[in-house]
Ligand binder design. Structure first.
Ligand SMILES: Cc1ncc(COP(=O)(O)O)c(C=O)c1O
Length: 389
């Protein structure tokens, strides 16, 4: 049988299965001690004071916005090159969304364009309340520069680090929230580590942490000090709903998978680094451009974005068809958010996103996961070279 090579895939080993089985055989399959242990391990790994897990990065982004008190009429900016969740979280809170163009060195938001946009917004009195930088593919944004702008223009920062657990920036692990208010990870099936579906929020701010914990579970508290009707704390069964939210809890079954995946994270990133190095070697003479990684950053290598000067989107689609006929499945990450019909109604001007447009025309994600072998890379690169010539 011919091997199919997907752009991404989870890797589940025996220790993952045994970790999940233990929870299945225990008293608590949800709301038990394993989820708390997972939270503690994440916060120790990234060196942040607090961590709250949730059932997806999407719900994490949503409650992160709520915890920062995002309301109707407020403004949020995020990267034009991201998954819809990075913008949906703001729109769901009633805020106005706008996008920042990317740079073509690492495909994260362009700091120059962000600065220009802030200057103009400041003049018009329309500054964003929150900016959501996205660490695309695992490559961290230039957080020191964004943090300086935060101080000047007084916005809050939620890092969308869905791709970036294990990445670091100037010796700070992404998730340390050293240059932000909150950081969100995704543990969806094909992410760097997985819980099936899942996410987390890390922060160093106790007030945000407490608000996020409340919002993870209906806005309900069991903590006496938060009760509004103090006299009722006499009743042993008593709890209170003091805010409005949904159930965003990550079950212990999933947290057990995350715990065992987290143990292997560093070692797995090393494997990904080797794959990137080999791809680079094999494509060094081709017209495909891969990312350069400066010394001050370390990527999780969740994705491996590649650029080629396609004639058009049709040309790129033909390349995809050729590769899939050869059992190699590439991906486009992402269709710029403003191109989706839901966002098109808001009438964004594509001229403001010149680099995002170039990226969308030329970029594709090469297969990158732990089941890729050097032999697979040989096949992938030889097919690419066949098509290009
Ligand atoms: C940049 C980014 N943000 C948010 C999400 C949403 O993550 P989840 O599927 O865990 O909700 C994704 C998922 O792919 C993503 O890539």
């Amino acid at each position: 049988m011919i091997k199919k090579i997907p752009y991404s895939r989870q890797t589940i080993s025996k220790d993952d299965i045994s970790s999940v089985s233990k929870v299945l055989n225990s008293t608590f399959i949800s709301r038990g001690p394993i989820n708390e242990e997972f939270e503690n391990r994440i916060r120790n790994y990234v060196k942040s004071k607090f961590c709250v897990t949730t059932n997806s990065a999407t719900s994490s982004l949503f409650i992160a916005c709520k915890a920062l008190n995002l309301k109707k009429g407020d403004i949020v900016w995020t990267s034009a090159n991201s998954f819809a969740s990075s913008a949906n979280c703001a729109v769901l809170c009633g805020a106005k969304i706008d996008f920042i163009d990317i740079n073509l060195e690492n495909y994260n938001i362009s700091i120059e364009k962000l600065e220009q946009k802030l200057k103009l917004a400041s003049k018009k009195g329309k500054l964003p309340k929150i900016i959501i930088p996205v660490h695309y593919a695992g490559f961290p944004c230039d957080m020191e520069k964004i943090f300086k702008l935060k101080k000047k223009y007084k916005f809050k920062i939620i890092e969308d680090a869905s791709h970036a657990i294990g990445s670091s920036y100037k010796n700070f692990k992404v998730g340390s929230s050293k240059h932000s208010d909150l950081t969100v990870f995704s543990f969806q099936a094909v992410k760097v580590i997985t819980t099936g579906e899942g996410g987390s929020i890390t922060t160093n701010n106790k007030n945000f942490y407490e608000k996020i914990k409340l919002l993870r579970q209906h806005g309900i508290t069991k903590d006496k000090k938060n009760f509004k009707i103090k006299k009722n704390s006499f009743y042993p069964w008593y709890y209170e709903q003091i805010d409005l939210s949904f159930n965003f809890i990550l079950p212990d079954i999933n947290a057990a998978l995350g715990l065992s995946q987290l143990r292997k994270l560093n070692q797995n990133i090393k494997k990904r680094e080797k794959l990137v190095k080999y791809y680079r070697q094999k494509l060094s003479k081709s017209k495909i451009k891969l990312l350069d990684f400066p010394k001050h950053i370390k990527s999780s290598h969740h994705l491996l974005p590649a650029m080629y000067n396609f004639k058009s989107l049709k040309d790129k689609a033909n390349f995809f068809r050729f590769m899939s006929k050869n059992n190699i499945f590439l991906q486009v990450l992402y269709i710029p958010i403003y191109k989706h019909p839901f966002y098109k109604k808001m009438k964004f001007d594509e001229k403001n996103f010149v680099n995002t447009e170039t990226f969308y025309k030329n970029a594709f994600s090469l297969p990158m996961h732990l089941q890729i072998t050097k032999k697979d890379i040989d096949i992938i690169c030889s097919k690419i070279n066949n098509w290009i010539q």
